[in-house]
Design a protein around this ligand. Structure first.
Ligand code: ADP
Ligand code: MG
Length: 400
């Protein structure tokens, strides 16, 4: 057991919480802090007064919009944030990640049972019916057990194929078409990979023509299928107000706690540049995380995830040189200085990102042109990506 949480509901609706690591945990040579910034390992009692009563790292274990809808449908409970502590106890083991919660000192209940990847077709249909009318469906068990823990808003489920574990994201009935988002996210991840950013293995699944799901291999699975703990930058930064927060805020945390800050800061910078280039504007702090690597006995930036060119949002969530739109090459380089990168290194990283996105664009050209022909928003998106690439390329006359 890592630690204990005590809490008291206050008359004003807030919750006073106290957290302390178990002495057996602190004394274990393999122990690690659940949050290296806000809950460093030690014997201190941490205190918090908030609406949810939970430190960010514990809230991370709870689902967001999608999983909460499933929990509400299955258990008919209050799924608002003020009921987060009860939801955690109901969740038991939370996946992805490695945390589990119990109201006693007994081990948590509720092991996650992932769906078999071969069931993707049925799962897409179940997700569709559920989105149409959450009250009217009886959900397959794998949907609750494998689907209600992961964060994020889009329909998804945890799945396995043999011994390999995946996160599978489905089309939503709110998408312009049921193949669009899977294909766009696959392109987004391909851009990151081409730019040399670590990305988990991923592939699209089209169990029936026109409906595309995206499977991403889980990065929190270690040797012999053990789970690794990770937490979002929302928890690490410890803020709920993230609109316009500089990307460099995450770089500061990497410098402070990463086991390999040089590599991680470079990769985060490239990820920022790719996000700008491909209009991945839903770049909020839950879409970036750090994971504990037992081999290194330290935290690292996770591989990139949820990199989706965005059809609707006009502004980024995080800022680059204090801007959330109309970001230029100069802004990227200025943010590079805030990352404490030399101008030379920032330039190289921007150029690597531009080359990566260009290559991915060429690789996906046929499919992207087809999507643009089908959908006006997609056509505009593709134009914007091409315009960004032209604007962010090195100025004429400079090669590196
Ligand atoms: N490859 C992965 N391995 C483990 N956890 C992941 C992986 N990809 C995403 N996650 C976790 O699942 C959450 C939801 O995934 P995400 O792709 O962000 O979905 P959404 O588009 O609904 O936001 C993420 O916030 C992250 O915590
Ligand atoms: Mg997300």
């Amino acid at each position: 057991m890592a630690g204990r949480l005590l809490y008291e509901h206050q008359a004003d609706g807030t919750i006073h919480s106290y957290f302390r690591y178990e002495s057996s945990w602190v004394g274990d040579p393999d122990a690690f802090p659940l949050d290296p910034v806000n809950l460093p390992l030690g014997s201190e009692v941490f205190r918090l007064r908030s609406r949810s009563g939970l430190w960010g790292v514990l809230e991370d274990a709870l689902p967001d919009a999608w999983g909460r809808r499933l929990l509400q449908a299955r258990h008919g409970i209050d799924v608002s944030r003020r009921n987060n502590i009860d939801l955690l106890l109901l969740t038991g083991w939370a996946e992805p990640g490695a945390t589990g919660f119990s109201g006693t000192t007994a081990m948590p209940a509720g092991l996650v049972r992932p769906m078999d990847l071969d069931m993707t077709d049925q799962a897409i249909s179940a997700a569709e019916t559920f989105e149409q009318n959450a009250d009217a469906v009886s959900l397959p068990d794998f949907f609750i057990s494998g689907g209600s823990s992961a964060g994020g808003a889009r329909p998804k489920v945890l799945a396995r194929s043999g011994t390999v574990l995946y996160l599978v994201k489905f089309p939503s009935i709110n998408d312009p078409s049921p193949h669009l988002m899977g294909l766009l996210e696959s392109f987004g991840l391909a851009c990151a990979r081409r730019a040399g950013i670590p990305v988990p293995e991923f592939f699209t699944i089209e169990p029936r023509p026109g409906r595309v799901a995206l499977a991403v291999r889980r990065f929190d699975i270690g040797k012999r299928n053990g789970r690794h703990h990770f937490l979002s930058f929302q928890s690490l930064v410890g803020t709920e107000e993230q609109l316009g927060l500089p990307y460099a805020r995450m770089a500061g945390i990497l410098r402070q706690v990463s086991a390999d800050p040089e590599t991680d800061i470079g990769n985060l910078f490239k990820q920022m540049v790719v996000n700008i280039l491909i209009c991945n504007r839903d770049d909020h702090l839950k879409n970036f995380s750090m994971i504990f690597d037992p081999g290194l006995a330290g935290y690292r930036l996770t591989p990139a995830y949820d990199m989706v060119p965005n059809l609707w949002q006009m502004q980024h969530v995080l800022s680059v040189n204090s801007r959330t739109r109309d970001i230029t090459r100069k802004d990227l380089l200025a943010e590079g200085s805030r990352f404490a990168l030399s101008t030379r290194r920032s330039r190289r990283l921007v150029d690597a990102a531009v080359r990566g996105v260009r290559t991915a664009l060429a690789d996906h050209r046929r499919i992207l042109d087809q999507l643009a022909a089908e959908n006006r928003l997609c056509a505009r998106l593709l134009d914007n990506i091409r315009r960004n690439l032209a604007a962010m390329a090195p100025p004429a006359g400079r090669t590196a």
